[in-house]
Design a binder for this molecule. Structure first.
Ligand SMILES: [Zn+2]
Length: 122
């Protein structure tokens, strides 16, 4: 069982994480907007590196969005109840795991099962 103190610390971590993720996403959005502007980088080499940069940014953005979703879900569960309970098997998540990953929604066993069954997940 999680102590109130631990819960409060995790909530603070999640809120901090949320702010950080949003700021990071905004930065990448701005970078993507900038690189999509026509008339810039007319050299082939520049275009190639721009395409690469855009693909990389899109990947990072997707990962940030996924993390943000987990953070939001964890915060919601803190309010509505169910935080610290595995969404896969309904067992309590190891407090040490929650300390390291306050936004995780699966226990270690379910997490590795989920990763095995969806090899395309990042
Ligand atoms: Zn589980």
């Amino acid at each position: 069982m999680l102590t109130d103190k631990r819960l409060q610390r995790n909530r603070q971590w999640l809120l901090d994480q949320r702010t950080r993720l949003l700021a990071e996403m905004e930065g990448i959005d701005a970078a993507i907007d900038g690189s999509e502007r026509p008339g810039l980088g007319t050299h082939m080499a520049d275009n190639a590196s721009e395409v690469f940069e855009q693909a990389r940014n899109a990947g990072v953005l997707l990962r940030l969005r996924n993390t943000l979703e987990l953070v939001d879900r964890a915060l919601l569960k803190m309010d509505k109840g169910g935080y610290g309970t595995c969404e896969g098997c309904g067992q309590a998540i190891d407090p040490a795991r929650l300390k390291a990953l306050p936004h995780c929604s699966l226990c270690m066993a379910c997490q590795s099962r989920a990763e095995l069954s969806s090899p395309h997940r990042r």
